[in-house]
Design a protein around this ligand. Structure first.
Ligand code: ARG
Length: 461
């Protein structure tokens, strides 16, 4: 039909029902700038192989520049009869440069190799945006860690008081997974930066076009080695969706703690007014909506990944139209993360910690019991026995309403002859924290060191 890409063999255009199902312009229009970049590169390859004269190539580039202007200023949008961004842009190019020249551009390429290339270009650009947003969040965490170098808090396992730790150590524990996100993005980039352009529909091009030239024009490492794989695989798309899903999970873990810390019962943090919300009915409320939305959006990011994987499962080679379903989930993941990260970073950067309260709670719940056991081991008591003695001390203190340092010397000795009064030296939070001075431990010097290492690591990513 009119403006369609396959008029020749067909007596009629697509039914309205088919067109409604088939249409992808409402989401693949996001690829328009990449489609045009691909066309510039393809025009060069056509000219290099003698299919466009120098004048034609110049006119083609000018037409494509005008096309990009119209897309960018919004004067060109998809028409209802356009199936996808590729057809829409070809029709619009023909409006600009005429059917004679505009009709030459499609030689030696297919929407199958186009789309496989364009989705990579889109993701590579957004990977750079997301990278810098993740760096901003790491910076905010590092700044909070630096501002609270000596503050202590109750460290938990099973959400129960376990051992005292530095607040900075805990905060940095949320930054390291983010650094691994940056590593994943870098590693992914190496696999994603190959160009399917030139693979044609599936079997390659017969026109002697140079796919290496196209790849270089697009800033990619080189052409894909197998045209069937290039047009039909979407593992790099799924992998990107995984990286964002894992990032969402990492944010949701931090979010969950901020939600807990912000409760009256914990009372560890106060949220800045600009990064919290009120209630329409309860005037006293100050809600951690950013953290809750982060937690909620993790579910959405996981859903996008699993939906995409389900689409890809058991697809036969080569291109199948199912593959059109790759874009909405991964685009949604990109948009979700790009909106979420700046808000999350603002929330973290403006968190105010009640370090007095955290310090007061740090020794509670007999969190220094391990220090008693470790002290006994340093007196050469076997750990198994040390654990028993320390446990007996906890039981004694619990039933007598005492803290671990509060029994008399006689009461200590009655629990075990190994339990001499010197044990009180390790029964302070600062002593406990300082003693955990092995690599990766919570001693202040070690935490300062890991912060330096993290910053150096991130600088190279
Ligand atoms: N809209 C399609 C997609 O997203 C573009 C490729 C269409 N190719 C085709 N032979 N219908 O995958």
């Amino acid at each position: 039909g009119e403006g369609s890409l396959w008029g020749g063999r067909f007596a009629s255009g697509p039914s309205a029902e088919l067109a409604a199902l088939s249409r992808s312009t409402h989401f693949d229009w996001a690829l328009a700038p990449y489609d045009i970049a691909g066309s510039h590169a393809h025009a060069r390859a056509l000219a290099a192989a003698g299919y466009l004269s120098a004048d034609e190539e110049r006119a083609m580039h000018e037409g494509l520049d005008e096309l990009l202007r119209r897309v960018t200023d919004g004067s060109l949008t998809a028409r209802p009869e356009d199936e996808d961004v590729h057809g829409a842009l070809e029709a619009a190019l023909i409006d600009i440069v005429g059917a004679e020249l505009g009709g030459r551009l499609r030689a030696g390429r297919s929407r199958n190799d186009q789309i496989a290339t364009l989705v990579r270009l889109y993701l590579l650009d957004h990977a750079a945006v997301i990278r810098s947003l993740v760096v901003d969040l790491i910076d905010a965490i590092v700044a909070q860690a630096s501002a609270h170098e000596d503050a202590v808090m109750p460290g938990r396992t099973h959400l129960q008081h376990a051992q005292p730790i530095l607040l900075a150590h805990h905060l940095l524990a949320h930054a390291w997974p983010l650094a691994r996100t940056l590593e994943r993005l870098r590693d992914w980039r190496g696999r994603a930066s190959w160009s399917p352009y030139g693979s044609g529909a599936l079997a390659g091009s017969s026109l002697g076009l140079d796919p290496a030239l196209v790849a270089a024009e697009l800033g990619l490492r080189g052409p894909s080695e197998n045209s069937i794989d290039a047009t039909s695989s979407r593992d790099v798309v799924a992998e990107f969706a995984f990286v964002l899903a894992q990032l969402g999970i990492d944010l949701s873990r931090f979010a969950e703690e901020i939600i807990l810390w912000n409760t009256r019962e914990f009372g560890f943090v106060t949220l800045d007014d600009a990064f919290s919300t009120g209630s329409s009915i309860m005037p006293q409320k100050k809600n951690p909506d950013i953290a809750e939305l982060a937690r909620g959006k993790a579910g959405r990011l996981i859903g996008n990944l699993t939906g995409l994987l389900a689409t890809l499962k058991a697809l036969p080679l080569a291109y199948n139209r199912d593959l059109q379903e790759d874009k909405e989930p991964v685009f949604d993941s990109v948009t979700t993360i790009e909106v979420l990260l700046p808000a999350f970073t603002g929330m973290v950067a403006t968190l105010r910690f009640d370090t007095d309260r955290m310090a007061a709670l740090a020794p509670e719940g007999f969190s220094l019991a391990t220090d008693v056991a470790d002290w006994l081991v340093r007196q050469r008591v076997p750990f198994r026995e040390a654990h028993e003695i320390s446990g007996a001390l906890v039981a004694f203190c619990e039933s007598n309403g005492l803290d671990l340092h509060e029994p008399t010397d006689e009461q200590y000795l009655a629990i075990s002859p190994h339990l001499t009064p010197e044990v009180r030296d390790v029964l302070s939070v600062s002593g406990s924290v300082a003693s955990r001075s092995g690599i990766g431990g919570t001693a202040p010097d070690r935490v300062a060191e890991q912060r330096t290492h993290l910053v150096a690591r991130v600088r190279d990513l």
